[in-house]
Write a protein that binds this ligand. Structure first.
Ligand code: ATP
Ligand code: MG
Length: 268
């Protein structure tokens, strides 16, 4: 399958998320996808080890979505099998005191992955053109310029050796209702429910518009956005894993050459 069909082409001002299916399965059968997903995650783990051994470059994975779309479960399913040594995960919440004393990228840059690492952003600098735009947390004249700053920031990361790949987990408003209801119905999931999620849900249209603009304006050749149909979770996992393998393989990661001759060394 050509995963390119899920990639957002550069140069758009706004995309229409309505034209992207939320419960697409890519024509795959679930049992086939599940078996393949296991192999793909094994392959990601192998490539992660090479990346760590090479120690020269890194990969930044950005995950964004509406509440309840499955960011946490994607992280667990696709990235859970990786070696924790070589993985960094940052979950971005609303900026706290000292973070607010700086520009919006300050705290983000500090968490970009070190050389050799895969870095996951659960939410990210995109919140600064999503929730910030929807809730008017800063003036429009400020957030409007942030798309450009984000593109430039990601270009800097790429130029300095970080591959950047961004996933928008795409679900419908009905699906969100189901997921939020599950959090209410299951006592073990109550901790995941926040009454404020309903305030955000009421702003669904505004969030959607903010995503349509953000994704379009910041999908570039080297830092692409992928729209992941996320209602069939097994397909979501398969597609994210597949794109991760493709991204890592395209980097042509090289194991470092030893500066000694292993054959000449005798261990007594
Ligand atoms: P879950 O889906 O499991 O609830 P979550 O990602 O929503 O996980 P929360 O702790 O519930 O995690 O929410 C984090 C909150 O932080 C979100 O409401 C998000 O909009 C907010 N946030 C993140 N970054 C920023 C930012 N730069 N400015 C303002 N709010 C932000
Ligand atoms: Mg939440």
């Amino acid at each position: 399958m050509d995963t390119g069909i899920y990639r957002v082409k550069p140069g758009e001002k706004r995309i229409d998320l309505g034209a992207w299916d939320t419960d697409d399965d890519g024509g795959l059968a679930r049992d086939v996808a599940d078996v393949e997903s296991l192999k793909l995650t094994e392959r990601i783990a192998q490539l992660q080890e090479r990346l760590y051994a090479e120690g020269k470059r890194s990969v930044l994975v950005v995950l964004q979505a509406m509440d309840g779309a499955g960011k946490d479960s994607t992280i667990k399913s696709v990235f859970g099998p990786l070696n924790p040594q070589g993985l960094s995960l940052t979950s971005f919440k609303a900026p706290c005191g000292h973070e607010r004393a700086h520009d919006f990228l300050w705290r983000v840059h500090a968490h970009t992955p070190s050389r050799g690492y895969i870095g996951l952003f659960n939410r990210s600098h995109y919140e600064d053109v999503l929730v910030v735009r929807v809730k008017n947390l800063v003036q429009e004249s400020i957030w409007k310029k942030r798309y450009k700053h984000i593109v430039n920031f990601e270009e800097l990361l790429v130029d300095e050796g970080t591959a950047v790949v961004k996933f928008y987990l795409h679900v419908s408003r009905d699906y969100q209702r189901e997921r939020l209801q599950k959090r209410l119905d299951d006592p073990a999931k109550h901790w995941k429910f926040e009454p404020n999620d309903l305030t955000e849900r009421a702003l669904w249209k505004d969030y959607r518009e903010a995503f349509e603009v953000a994704v379009a304006k910041t999908s570039t050749k080297d830092a692409p956005w992928y729209i992941i149909p996320a209602e069939k979770r097994w397909f979501r996992n398969w597609l994210v894993a597949k794109i991760m393998v493709e991204t890592l393989e395209s980097m042509d990661i090289q194991l470092p050459k030893p500066d000694f001759d292993p054959k000449s060394i005798v261990i007594k």
